[in-house]
Design a protein around this ligand. Structure first.
Ligand code: AMP
Length: 433
């Protein structure tokens, strides 16, 4: 078994992870950290929840502990690019937490916040800059930030940046960096355009991937509840009041749906808050803080708003509605069972959503309800099925479920898909749906 002390990290870095009660490095950490410390370029294939942030932040901090060079006015020694504001904030927070005995200067430059304070923060130069691509370019064009002294670049969640149309902005940023630099890219998936990006900007990169077996999804107890649409709200209240539900994220497909679910929970005296694109940055941050501190039990979110959210100790993820993009299911349920803990994911499925369920089952290679369509009969116990439990008594109702509408996908469901090829040069950094 690899230990943090085997990885060659400086003592103040080890002390910080020990203070976080991390006992051993996760697989992505034990594979990536030595490669980064040796100065190689790296492509890491890992989802959020695998510990990938520490995999790239710890070596950066190690380097700062070893040798602190002056980044120069308006410059940054390390640049980390992230697709969303939330993720950028979280990476910066991780750098502060893991860097508490090194005290690096860390700045965050993201859309949706005032540019003035960001520019002022950058004036003396910083060790680590975490940015979304569009806002970073805005600052570069006004001269508030310079990238000619940056020796390390990290692209986090590269596939999401591609989905959000940030590729032109990333190309521009990469062209502004010095020729001698270390480049590291992390992505949950490796579609062709991401491979092409790696080939274009990384030199002789090493590649690491967390094996399928260690994917957190295997540790998640995935359950399905078959309900009619109007039973869902009450079922949610019942579920949230069950013992064992400590902290839950509830996913809805629409902003409006998130607000409605949130109101219903509050009416039932369950502390809840919603985050989505109609909420201001400060409202979202407040909701996240309350959730992190345990002052509210439930966070209701749309897919894009929840992207990159990293809160420890989420015991339950509830799919109030199934996503129409099967990959989103994996992203959603990965909010629980992070880095070695177990968690429960419950999906409320109404007849019209059975097609989505099938798509998800195909993607994850696992039947969530063995034996195909099953009956929808009130809140028929057991409410929470783990597949087999639902098997019995399918009989004639099985057909009833299969004949319900929903086998053609309503257009309106596609609204949540991220726009590709945005033409705003990525200025939509961190926009949420
Ligand atoms: P990430 O994949 O970077 O989003 O990390 C997911 C979660 O794993 C975060 O909440 C970290 O606090 C936690 N984490 C990271 N590394 C470790 C580790 N070695 N042991 C335990 N937890 C970890």
């Amino acid at each position: 078994m690899t230990l943090f002390t085997d990885l060659g990290l400086a003592e103040p870095v080890i002390r910080a992870v020990t203070a976080e009660s991390y006992t051993t490095p996760t697989p992505i950490q034990s594979q990536s950290i030595p490669i980064i410390l040796e100065g190689h370029d790296l492509v890491g294939i890992a989802q959020t929840g695998t510990g990938k942030t520490a995999a790239f932040v710890l070596p950066l901090l190690h380097r700062l502990a070893e040798k602190r060079t002056n980044p120069g006015a308006r410059g940054c020694r390390t640049l980390i690019l992230a697709p969303t504001r939330e993720l950028a904030n979280q990476i910066a927070e991780s750098a502060r937490v893991y860097g508490k005995f090194i005290r690096p200067s860390v700045a965050v430059v993201i859309g949706g916040a005032k540019p003035g304070p960001q520019a002022r923060q950058m004036m003396p130069g910083v060790d680590i800059l975490v940015a979304t691509p569009g806002r970073l370019l805005d600052h570069v064009s006004t001269g508030a930030i310079r990238l000619d002294g940056t020796d390390t670049i990290i692209l986090d969640e590269a596939d999401q940046m591609l989905d959000l149309g940030f590729m032109p902005a990333i190309r521009k940023i990469m062209s502004m960096l010095p020729g001698r630099r270390q480049a590291i890219m992390f992505s949950a998936t490796m579609p062709k355009p991401i491979r092409a990006l790696a080939a274009e900007f990384l030199r002789n990169p090493r590649e690491v991937a967390v094996s399928v077996e260690s994917k957190p999804i295997d540790r998640i107890d995935q359950r399905v509840m078959l309900l009619t649409g109007d039973q869902k709200k009450d079922a949610l209240v019942t579920l949230m009041k069950e013992s064992g539900v400590e902290r839950a994220i509830v996913f809805t497909r629409t902003k409006h749906g998130a607000d409605k679910v949130c109101r219903h929970l509050e009416a039932a005296n369950i502390g809840a808050s919603a985050i989505h694109g109609n909420k201001s940055q400060s409202q979202r941050e407040r909701a996240l803080d309350q959730f992190r501190q345990g002052r509210i039990k439930v966070l209701v979110a749309t897919d894009i708003a929840a992207r990159g959210i990293d809160v420890d100790g989420i015991s339950h993820v509830v799919n109030f509605e199934l996503p129409n993009i099967p990959e989103s299911y994996v992203h959603r349920i990965g909010r629980t069972a992070r880095a070695g803990t177990d968690g429960v994911a419950v999906s409320f499925v109404e007849p019209a959503e059975l097609t989505y369920l099938r798509d998800i089952e195909r993607l994850i290679g696992k039947q969530l309800i063995p034996g195909g369509a099953v009956p929808v009969r009130g809140l028929n116990p057991p409410h929470l099925t783990r597949g087999q439990n639902q098997r019995g008594g399918g009989g004639q109702n099985r057909n009833a479920a299969a004949q319900k509408p929903g086998h053609s996908r309503p257009q309106s469901r596609n609204h949540a898909a991220p726009a590709r090829g945005r033409s705003d040069g990525g200025r939509a950094a961190g926009r949420v749906s």
